[in-house]
Ligand binder design. Structure first.
Ligand code: MN3
Length: 193
């Protein structure tokens, strides 16, 4: 989708900076970190962050930060857009089972997003047993490292919202729910079932 596709919730200038500068920097720095580690070359970024403990110590922190940044943003972009007002099918069932309602889920995720101190993410994740849960991660840590699969994520780094929303993270989080592509998220959840 175009940079202005999520206007007015997410403005085009923020999307340009976020995708072209911030996300690109994670990619560039990850490539620098893994250069010379030919054994890692065939792995996807999700495999790298999921297997963080087996990454050589000298580059583990770089893979955690830069690889996590690449993995988190690569996950995130396709979940944004216009598509569906609510989850359906298996995801709707899982959210209802855990939270009781879609509104209660949104309240819980909003709360998690508001309580991230500093930079990080709030997530709805799929647990190994198939249930869903809310968690937050610091910096660019990925839920994949703990064996949890991201389903919905909110980037609460200031780079995600400061240009348009300044310090008003609550307004940004509210806007996020208006550009969450439930059709896509629901489809991905069913795929991983
Ligand atoms: Mn970001």
């Amino acid at each position: 989708y175009a940079y202005d596709a999520l206007e007015p919730s997410f403005d085009a200038a923020t999307m340009h900076l976020h995708h072209d500068k911030h996300h690109q920097a994670y990619v560039n720095n990850l490539n620098i970190a893994v250069a010379g580690h030919s054994d890692l070359a065939g792995k996807t970024v999700n495999e790298l962050v999921a297997g963080l403990s087996s990454i050589p110590e000298a580059i583990r922190k770089a893979v955690q930060n830069q690889g996590g940044g690449h993995a988190n943003h690569s996950f995130w972009w396709p979940t944004l857009g216009k598509g569906g007002a609510a989850p359906v099918g298996e995801l709707a069932k899982a959210i209802d089972a855990k939270f009781g309602s879609l509104t209660a889920f949104q309240d819980n995720l909003t709360d998690a997003a508001m309580h991230v101190f500093g930079s990080g993410w709030a997530w709805l994740v799929k647990m190994p047993d198939g249930t869903v849960a809310i968690e937050s991660t610091a910096n660019q840590d990925s839920p994949l490292t703990a064996g949890h699969t991201p389903v919905v994520g909110i980037d609460v780094w200031e780079h995600a919202y400061y240009l348009k929303y300044q310090n008003k993270r609550a307004d940004y989080v509210k806007a996020f729910f208006t550009v969450l592509n439930w059709d896509y998220v629901t489809g991905k959840f069913a795929e991983k079932a």
